[in-house]
Design a protein. Structure first.
Lengths: 341, 322
């Protein structure tokens, strides 16, 4: 590496996605003594997001548990309604299925069904989606299941800066939050300031401005949408790329304002098309921005099959840059020549 | 045990019995929406356990939860209003019979899912330990719940963390309409404690004083930081799984005449009453007065509930995100 770029790298404080998770956890645990970390192997930190925290915070605040997702998820609710702020690392999004009863029926329901007597500020932290050949049981984009649960918040950052800001916001939030780190972005690097900053839940961001077509994405599909926008620009099409950052509550106003400007909409998400996140966005745009639309909204979702192991097969299941470009082209009523990309 | 404590336990039991009798009547008259699962026959368990607790201790309850709320000191008016679905109820009409909670008295909620409340009780125990208080947490559940994964995971988690939790299995012999022995690999649920390396205690769940003694020992152990205990209180439902169940059982019979006779013979209030008379804990006329005042309070609760306003439809959007 050239010396100048080496210095640039240091000055920009580039960190990985998981290092940003660790920064957020450490800062919030220092700030609030009621915040603690719990889960299987959090002391060791399998994805490194929790590694090293035990050395600073000890057994009391970094609690290794049995492989008992259901009991741990529910115990966090019991701890939360009695005044604490647990952050539980359940590793994979698919492991949330084991804990579903406690997350849906207790964490999400407690406040409402008890008439406002309780609050359950628990953060359920997992790696979500596919892209690393982890196979069917470890590679699913699980978020639509949780988007359908009233009073859960669902967050999925696409870059290390947002990871830190959103995780800190999630920990401070008084509601239960599902915090989804895209598995394929675990090693992604980006600038992470040392400051104590927050990215508010529920606010999306325009990652690239453009007037021709709105591409809405979240988590793992944000880098793909940006690459697609680069490709479209070569063809003279200016795409506006939105990173929603929070899946629920989602920044409807930002999306609708963008569509009012562009008149074209492409929803890109890794989850499946039936009741998936992209479907929700497309339906909302069709319902609320119909007068602005110059073409039918398009969806790019994960294929409606299980996650296959082979890298070739998995790639065919997950949304691709080519598919996003093709969808944008359809809204421009132009044929795509995928071979040219 | 001193007379005051005995009377305290009996008062809790009588409050449960009179409240539940009234609820049964109201349900039969078609005045209550939804389902109700009455605690009649099991009063000695909630009363014996809660009498061994401090006000700041926690309990987590079940779908058959009215008795636990009352034993922990719950308010008749707000309970009855909740059963009527009124705005003045504990949960403003959003919870109903199976979701009554009173966080002010450490009652962290009834739970409509069998075994669903057990992990929460473990979490309350974890919280007490984390905060360095000497509070304890009680998880009430039935024999049926001991076949749920949540039971297994929770007992193990509490055991390895040495949490101040008392697991109280109210073994009323039936999971809904299925006799326990048909679906359970052990005769005594308490045996399962060995699988988690914690004490398992069997107690006659119709004997409130025996329940109290077992609970007091388990509470002491928990406060001392020695970890959880599983108490199996063998008891009987005097009524069915749910009120009005005959309508959907369509004449089906699931309880043996012998067990039904046993359930009638071992009424926990009658047993306790006999002991109190023998021990001269209270004069008979004072006991009658107590009964009268409780019955009166139940009647007043019904009036309160009836006169309370329904929730406004727009309240569906209240008590949501903070």
């Amino acid at each position: 590496m050239h010396f100048v770029s080496f210095v640039d790298e240091i000055l920009m404080a580039k960190k990985t996605y998981v290092a940003a998770i660790k920064d957020a956890l450490a800062e919030e645990m220092r700030r609030d003594p009621n915040v603690f970390l719990i889960g299987e192997d959090v002391r060791l930190g399998v994805f490194a997001g929790t590694r090293g925290l035990h050395a600073e915070f000890g057994d009391r605040r970094v609690i290794d548990t049995p492989i008992s997702e259901l009991a741990v998820a529910g115990a966090c609710v019991g701890a939360a309604v009695t005044g604490l702020r647990p952050v539980v690392d359940l590793m994979f999004g698919t492991f949330l299925y084991l804990a579903l009863d406690q997350i849906v029926q207790q964490a999400a329901s407690a406040r409402y069904m008890f008439g406002g007597q309780a609050k359950a500020p628990v953060v359920y932290m997992v790696q979500n989606g596919g892209g690393i050949s982890a196979g069917a049981h470890h590679s699913q984009a699980v978020h639509p299941i949780f988007m359908n649960v009233p009073l859960l918040k669902v967050v999925s950052p696409s870059n290390p800066y947002d990871v830190k800001g959103l995780l800190k916001a999630a920990i401070r939030d008084d509601n239960p939050v599902i915090f989804l780190s895209p598995l394929s972005l675990t090693g992604a690097r980006g600038e992470v300031p040392d400051d104590d900053y927050i990215v508010p839940l529920g606010q999306g961001e325009i990652k690239r401005a453009g007037g021709d077509v709105t591409i809405c994405s979240v988590g793992a599909t944000v880098p793909m949408a940006l690459k697609a926008a680069d490709a479209l620009a070569k063809d003279g099409i200016e795409a506006e790329v939105i990173d929603l950052r929070t899946l629920k509550p989602w920044d409807e106003a930002l999306v609708l304002a963008s569509v009012a400007k562009t008149g074209r909409f492409v929803a890109v998400d890794e989850s499946k098309p039936i009741c998936g996140a992209a479907s929700e966005w497309a339906a909302t745009v069709a319902e609320k921005a119909f007068a602005h639309l110059k073409a039918a909204p398009q969806r790019v979702s994960g294929k409606d099959v299980a996650s296959p192991f082979s890298p070739v097969l998995e790639k065919a299941v997950i949304p691709s840059v080519d598919e996003i470009v093709a969808a944008a082209m359809r809204t421009m009523q132009r044929e795509t020549v995928i071979g040219n990309l | 045990m001193d007379n005051d404590k005995i009377l305290d336990i009996y008062t809790r039991m009588l409050r449960i019995r009179r409240f539940e009798e009234q609820v049964g009547t109201l349900f039969a008259q078609g005045q209550l929406p939804g389902f109700v699962h009455l605690y009649i026959g099991e009063e000695a368990v909630a009363a014996g356990v809660c009498a061994a607790l401090r006000d700041d201790d926690y309990i987590v309850s079940t779908h058959r939860g009215h008795g636990h709320v009352i034993a922990k000191g719950g308010d008749f008016n707000r309970m009855m209003a909740e059963l009527f679905g009124k705005a003045t109820g504990y949960c403003k009409g959003k919870g109903g019979s199976m979701h009554i909670a009173d966080f002010q008295i450490g009652m962290l909620g009834a739970c409509g899912i069998v075994g669903g409340g057990i992990p929460m009780a473990v979490g309350a125990g974890l919280s007490a330990k984390y905060r360095g208080t000497d509070q304890v947490s009680v998880s009430f559940f039935g024999d049926g719940a001991s076949n749920e994964g949540s039971f297994h995971e929770s007992l193990n988690l509490a055991a390895v963390q040495k949490l101040p939790v008392i697991f109280v299995c109210e073994n009323n012999q039936y999971g809904e309409f299925t006799p326990m022995e048909k679906v359970t690999g052990v005769r005594d649920i308490a045996l399962r404690a060995a699988g988690y390396g914690i004490p398992g205690v069997i107690v006659d769940g119709t004997d409130a004083l025996a329940v109290y003694d077992a609970a007091a020992a388990a509470v002491q152990r928990a406060r001392n930081g020695e970890g959880p205990t599983l108490i199996e209180a063998k008891t009987h439902r005097k009524g069915g799984h749910a009120e009005g169940e005959k309508a959907f059982l369509a004449g089906g019979v699931y309880r043996s005449p012998e067990e039904l006779a046993q359930a009638q013979a071992k009424d926990p209030l009658t047993l306790m009453h006999g002991k109190m008379m023998a021990m001269q804990v209270i004069a008979p006329n004072a006991l009658e007065e107590l009964d009268h005042s409780i019955t009166q309070a139940v009647v007043e609760a019904v009036t309160f509930a009836r006169q309370s306003p329904d929730p406004k439809p727009e309240a569906i959007y209240e008590d949501g995100w903070l």
